[in-house]
Design a protein around this ligand. Structure first.
Ligand code: SER
Length: 325
């Protein structure tokens, strides 16, 4: 695809992934060619085009697509797993109707390429826990997970029925220093770094031995860009690709942090999120992504912890105020 003709709209641009992906897309395609949108007004001074957008407002979405002559959409706006359990019907509505509005706009307004994030939450207690295969049985426990499975199938429907070029990744928990997650079950793996640096202790809402698939933000962003750049004829999956980075437990993460901060103390007070975490895979088989578009993660646990601690400590000393948790 010729990058000079690409004009991108991102929904949920103020979220954990959206914050970093917007910047990466602006670097790649040019600041003016990337329209960031979010339901929340812009807090900081924007470094590129921004419009407030509720994804449930289909007519405004379509008007923005026309106004900015958008050719690609990254639809990130959604309610995550833990928050979703507090408001199941609203979550279903936002996650599904938001997706339908984007798919319909994509079909009607001739969008060339569309990205939709799925998740390890698409798997459930009956999926294999280790090396969970691409085509494993998926019967998730959470509303968020159900919306991702349904969403994946709708992507395939729009691809087959209308020829819409829709691409998707089943992200593991994402760990980065540039933005904070909100309302997820894997959020502990980001929160822990701020607590370790600020207070030297952290109380984890999952049990010590709860192994979950995770990925460092740089890898997650690179995977997204690589999938979106891949030649269409190489892609064999039209639901969503399994994606793996690093799998670890809270105890293993704490031990790695302690190599840098020897006095760091972790305590455990599992809550309802434990139940969600136990229904998810522990490790993911992403061999189809590796084969189809040569996916290869770059960060292991050691390198991820080094980078996280470096940046969280640096941000602390430059701003003297860590993000609110
Ligand atoms: N990180 C997400 C969550 O915990 C999973 O996609 O909800």
């Amino acid at each position: 695809m010729d990058n000079t003709d690409t004009r991108i709209l991102i929904t949920g641009a103020h979220g954990q992934i959206g914050t970093v992906l917007s910047a990466a897309l602006r670097q790649k395609y040019g600041t003016q060619n990337v329209l960031a949108t979010d339901i929340r007004p812009s807090q900081k001074e924007q470094i590129g085009p921004f419009e407030q957008l509720d994804v449930l407002d289909a007519s405004r979405l379509e008007a923005l697509i026309s106004q900015y002559r958008i050719t690609q959409i990254y639809h990130l706006a959604a309610i995550l797993s833990a928050k979703g359990e507090e408001m199941p019907m609203q979550t279903w509505n936002i996650n599904m109707q938001g997706l339908f509005n984007v798919l319909e706009a994509g079909r009607k307004l001739d969008i060339k390429r569309l990205f939709f994030p799925s998740s390890i939450a698409a798997f459930g207690p009956d999926s294999p826990k280790e090396d969970t295969p691409q085509k494993a049985y998926r019967s998730p426990l959470t509303v968020y997970g159900i919306s991702k499975v349904a969403g994946e199938n709708w992507l395939k429907y729009y691809y087959k029925r209308y020829g819409l070029d829709v691409r998707s990744l089943r992200y593991p928990g994402i760990i980065g220093y540039q933005s904070l997650p909100g309302g997820g079950t894997t959020d502990y793996a980001v929160d822990i770094f701020y607590r370790a640096v600020e207070q030297g202790e952290y109380t984890c809402f999952l049990k010590a031995n709860t192994r979950l698939p995770m990925i460092y933000m740089d890898d997650a962003i690179r995977a997204t860009l690589e999938l979106m750049e891949a030649p269409a004829q190489n892609l064999s999956i039209h639901t969503s690709y399994n994606l793996a980075g690093i799998s670890f437990t809270p105890a293993e993460l704490a031990a790695e942090i302690r190599k840098h901060l020897p006095h760091f103390v972790i305590r455990y007070a599992p809550d309802f999120r434990q139940h969600i975490a136990e229904s998810w895979p522990q490790t993911i088989d992403d061999s189809t992504a590796r084969k189809d578009w040569q996916w290869q993660p770059a960060f292991d646990l050691k390198k991820m912890v080094e980078e996280m601690l470096y940046h969280v400590q640096k941000n602390k000393s430059t701003t003297e105020s860590a993000p609110m948790l």
